[in-house]
Design a protein around this ligand. Structure first.
Ligand code: F6R
Length: 364
């Protein structure tokens, strides 16, 4: 049941801390502050490329994973949505690894890519919530998220659980490839293990998120901006808003604003910024100032340091707990999803069963 929550989505949003915590419990050694994944059938040092494929929110988790694998493990990464990857006829490298991400393990396009990349000789690693699924059976290695059942059509806790697995995998690859030392591994792992308590703290900011939701709920179009590893979180925010509140939203890497979308901006098109002070902040800030100068209403997710600098620029600021830049995309995903939920409540939509959507897309 819903345990007294109004919707499954609300319940599942509150399960973020537990989903992250339980997932990490399986794949870390908390005492040693090291990563302890199941054994991989290849040596990451010999892998020439990882090919990441998924759909929807799981694809955005994969985009974050690309930043981690590239920057921490110096691992070349190819990524696309499954419906495109399936028909691209892209060349696959010898000894390559295919990384599939799926909550359900049944998504038709992702499964299609799994099968074709397996034929191309790639090792198949899947990040799944439902481990006893078709994808689970057909993979060489399953990295399980421990998010528990997700009933709401919109994915919530599975997203942060996916990110937790991808973060751990990136640390593991970095260790094997010799791109981080033990002290760095311990520091990165500690910042992951700290996440459940930081995630719980996000819920003390709900009133500020509601203030933001009142602005968003009046809009017909909303722009989400992020930079670097927070760009996929902007995509996730825009997808969730469209999906459950039926308000049109688009996400951009903030640096792209002046290459087109800035012409959309006026008082009626709010700009939601994913802007932790630790990630290319000054650059994002200057993009937000440009948007404000064109009459845009700026709504920002940031931390205490960022909030100081956003004063006078942003109309609503949600100040989140301080976290290491490494885990910021995981933490910031939570308030971004809560925002979509709060807007949907104001709009009175069917939050758990948005129109035209199914939980698991088993047809192409
Ligand atoms: C968005 C959402 C969808 C799924 C996508 C992939 O809130 O739920 O975009 O993320 O359909 O589903 P799985 O992860 O089951 O492959």
């Amino acid at each position: 049941g819903k345990d007294g929550y109004r919707h499954y989505m609300e319940k599942e949003l509150h399960e973020h801390p537990v989903a992250i915590g339980q997932t990490l419990q399986r794949i870390t050694d908390p005492a040693a502050k090291t990563i302890a994944l199941p054994e991989l059938p290849f040596n990451p040092a010999d892998v020439p490329r990882v090919t990441i494929t998924a759909c929807g929110s799981a694809f955005y988790a994969g985009m974050v994973g690309r930043y981690w694998l590239e920057s921490l493990a110096r691992m070349p990464v190819e990524i696309d949505v499954a419906s495109e990857m399936r028909y691209r006829e892209a060349p696959q490298p010898n000894k390559g690894v295919a990384l599939l991400i799926s909550q359900s393990g049944e998504t038709a396009d992702t499964l299609g890519v799994l099968r074709s990349l397996k034929k191309e000789g790639q090792s198949i690693v899947s990040v799944l919530n439902v481990e006893h699924s078709t994808m689970g059976r057909e993979s060489d290695v399953v990295l399980g998220m421990v998010a528990g059942p997700e009933i709401s059509v919109a994915s919530t806790k599975a997203f942060t659980a996916q990110l937790s697995v991808l973060a751990a995998l990136s640390i593991e690859f970095a260790r094997a490839r010799g791109t981080i030392d033990q002290a760095q591994e311990e520091k990165l792992t500690a910042s992951l293990l700290d996440l459940p308590s930081k995630a719980a703290e996000v819920f003390t900011r709900v009133e500020d998120i509601q203030a933001m939701a009142r602005v968003v709920a009046e809009a017909r179009d909303v722009l989400y901006l992020g930079r670097g590893i927070c760009t996929p979180i902007a995509y996730e925010g825009a997808l969730k808003l469209k999906e459950i509140s039926y308000i049109h939203a688009e996400a951009y890497a903030a640096g792209e604003l002046k290459h087109g979308p800035i012409s959309l901006i006026d008082r009626t098109v709010p700009v939601v910024a994913i802007a932790p002070s630790t990630i290319l902040f000054e650059k994002t800030l200057s993009n937000l100032q440009e948007a404000k100068a064109r009459g845009g209403r700026i709504l920002a997710f940031t931390d205490a340091e960022g909030a100081k600098k956003l004063k006078g620029v942003a109309e609503v600021i949600v100040t989140l707990p301080d976290v290491d830049a490494f885990v910021a995309p995981i933490l910031y995903a939570i308030p971004v999803q809560i925002l979509a939920y709060e807007v949907a409540l104001l709009k009175g939509t069917d939050v758990d069963q948005p129109r035209n959507l199914a939980k698991s897309v088993t047809v192409e």
